[in-house]
Design a protein around this ligand. Structure first.
Ligand SMILES: Nc1nc2c(ncn2[C@@H]2O[C@H](COP(=O)(O)OP(=O)(O)OP(=O)(O)O)[C@@H](O)[C@H]2O)c(=O)[nH]1
Ligand SMILES: [Mg+2]
Length: 322
């Protein structure tokens, strides 16, 4: 996952870290390498530019350049900014609503909504200890409702019985009564896939949103589509109030551009990563851990701490000299 980006960052960092001292020119070369790495990961020019603009003044700070391990210091600055860019901290699933808590999953055709609905149900049952009911509102694609039903059967998750020919708004009403009757804590609504320009479908999800008043509206987006995924999120967010992104196919994404751009472009945080086709292949998105993974340094946390400590000692020494 995100191997290309990791390799590029490693290249830049190894030359920065080798240097016993750093001057402005060396920092500049390093930052250009980072910018290039981001662009090759399919991050937009705007995101890459903003990132470098934030890192640069910090990396050129006199205490960094003069410190005993300037390379490590720059790594720490890049790490901190990357965590910021990815979303600072994980915002957990919002369960703060009257049960049955409604949540819906929206997204483009084939992005992974139905599979992710089942993954999320399993997560909420196993980790959050909630009883979940899954409901398909996809009345358009043949066998779409059966796909969710069979995922429910295979994994022992409750689904709303299918009534042929029922419209989404009626299915929503029926789901709420059935969930109450069955003592379900959460209802997950899987919606029909849509192409971006399909205004009729977009107005349908707006109507569903108005009917169920979801506590969470997740956009399911395909990581492999890079910066397109981020602009799709921005567009969906103009129609419905997205509360989180679930980025699927992260397992096959060597570049990582969607993960990096998503928050900046769409203003919506990533909450989960889909990392495979199986029901258990869902991972909570922790910006700090992902930044760690992207920078390709298992020891980054201790490195960061050490760098911060060195910086502190340096300052103390300086003060003593004065
Ligand atoms: N490798 C990988 N495959 C995934 C992931 N998530 C979903 N898929 C696969 O993507 C394909 C499409 O998934 P669906 O869940 O049917 O997608 P959808 O968005 O519901 O599709 P429509 O309802 O037709 O719009 C399936 O073959 C899934 O197994 C993931 O995180 N990793
Ligand atoms: Mg589907």
């Amino acid at each position: 996952m995100f191997e290309n980006l990791t390799n590029k960052f490693e290249e830049v960092f190894s030359s920065l870290k080798k240097a016993p001292s750093l001057d402005e020119n060396q920092v500049d070369v390093g930052l250009r390498g980072i910018r290039q790495a981001l662009l090759e990961a399919d991050v937009s020019l705007e995101v890459a530019k903003d990132f470098i603009e934030k890192v640069k003044p910090k990396a050129l700070g006199q205490e960094i350049i003069r410190s005993t391990s300037p390379g490590d210091m720059v790594v720490k600055i890049v790490y901190d900014e990357l965590v910021n860019l990815l979303g600072e901290k994980n915002n957990d699933v919002n369960l703060n609503a009257v049960p049955p808590v409604p949540m819906m999953l929206v997204g483009l055709q084939g992005s992974g909504k139905t599979t992710t609905t089942a993954k999320l149900a399993r997560y909420l049952e196993n980790i959050k200890k909630k009883k979940v009911m899954m409901v398909s509102l996809d009345i358009y694609r043949p066998a779409a409702q059966e796909q969710l039903k069979s995922l429910g059967e295979q994994n022992n998750i409750l689904t709303l019985p299918i009534i042929e020919g029922q419209q989404p708004s009626d299915i929503c009403q029926r789901a709420i009564s059935a969930a109450n009757l069955n003592g379900a804590d959460i209802i997950l609504f899987d919606t029909a896939g849509r192409t971006q320009i399909d205004l009729q479908m977009m107005s349908e999800i707006k109507q569903i949103e108005n009917t169920i008043k979801p506590a969470e509206t997740f956009l399911v987006a395909d990581s492999l589509t890079g910066q397109v995924a981020a602009s799709v999120a921005k567009e969906f967010n103009n129609t419905v109030n997205l509360s989180g992104i679930i980025l699927t196919r992260a397992d096959g994404d060597a570049r990582g551009g969607a993960a990096v751009s998503m928050k900046f472009v769409s203003q919506v945080p990533i909450k989960f990563l889909g990392i495979g086709e199986k029901i258990e292949n869902l991972e909570v998105f922790h910006p700090d851990r992902i930044a760690n993974r992207i920078l390709g340094m298992g020891d980054i946390v201790s490195l960061v701490e050490k760098a911060a400590q060195d910086l502190g000692e340096e300052n103390i020494k300086k003060q003593r000299k004065i």
